[in-house]
Design a protein around this ligand. Structure first.
Ligand code: NAD
Length: 243
């Protein structure tokens, strides 16, 4: 019965890891995807706009008959800002990355928690799950042109843990995934720009992650992980950074 399936919103699902998450959830959930612009089965919302997360949440609720059980915050950008950029450009770069990677995710988490509280209050069954796609950079840091990216992902991890601790008693669970290099469009550009082989030498597994590996972990957290795992952060990096 379609209605028995969990209802899931996945952000940034038009390609890369997000598209692989959609594939992983196929047949196991009723899923709404999201991208920068409207497309078939995709809700368009440019998350660099501070009002976009709220309208995305409302549109997703509408498509899912008023109920969302799982939020997967995957949309993100990895854009460089040089230290010798003008202060104006530097701050604009930081602001854009923080808005898309962290603030929009926070706005969606807030909307989800308020939604689950309202459902609990009105006897429709509360509780839900959040899966935040952060990055190895949250713990290891990133290149000199990507302080802001690392900071946005570290913020995501701190947010995830705060949500896990703050709302577990309401059956609201939160998890994070920290991928290392993952062979999507974004990583291909990065690998090419850094000389792929040298970078691979830093990964004991000898290869970057496949999007399906990250997606499988995210889907498992979204649908199956035991509640006692709430607050956990899963590393998927071929042992390139072992905590
Ligand atoms: P990608 O560039 O292939 O896809 C990014 C997705 O986010 C796309 O669907 C895009 O539409 C969406 N997006 C980007 N900017 C947006 C905006 N302004 N408004 C709305 N949507 C926007 O990226 P990916 O490699 O699949 O990465 C997915 C997530 O995984 C990101 O959060 C990224 O930081 C994280 N991550 C990726 C890697 C990697 O090596 N690929 C490593 C660690 C973490």
């Amino acid at each position: 019965m379609a209605n028995a399936l969990p209802h899931v919103l996945v952000t940034g699902s038009t390609r890369g890891i997000g598209a692989a998450i959609l594939d992983s959830l196929q047949g196991r959930a009723r899923v709404v995807g999201h991208g920068r612009a409207d497309a078939t089965d995709i809700i368009g919302a440019d998350l660099s706009d501070p009002s976009a997360a709220a309208s995305l949440w409302a549109a997703a609720l509408d498509r899912l008959d008023g109920r969302i059980d799982v939020l997967i915050n995957n949309a993100g950008v990895f854009e460089p800002v040089a230290i010798d950029a003008t202060l104006e450009d530097w701050q604009a770069g930081w602001g854009r990355t923080m808005q898309i990677n962290l603030q929009a995710s926070a706005d969606l988490c807030r909307a989800a928690i308020l939604h689950w509280r309202e459902r609990a209050r009105t006897g429709r069954g509360g509780g839900g799950r959040i899966v935040n796609i952060a990055s190895r950079a949250a713990y290891r840091g990133d290149s000199p042109a990507h302080w802001h990216y690392a900071a946005s992902k570290a913020g995501m991890v701190g947010m995830t843990k705060s949500i896990a601790r703050g709302y577990a008693a309401e059956e609201i669970l939160a998890f994070a995934v920290c991928p290392g290099f993952t062979m999507t469009g974004m990583a291909e550009d990065y690998l090419a720009s850094r000389g792929g082989d040298k970078l691979l030498a830093d990964i004991p597994l000898g290869r970057v992650a496949d999007p399906a590996e990250v997606a499988g972990a995210a889907a498992w957290l979204a649908l199956e992980a035991p509640a006692s795992m709430t607050g956990a952060v899963l590393d998927i990096n071929g042992a390139s950074f072992v905590r």
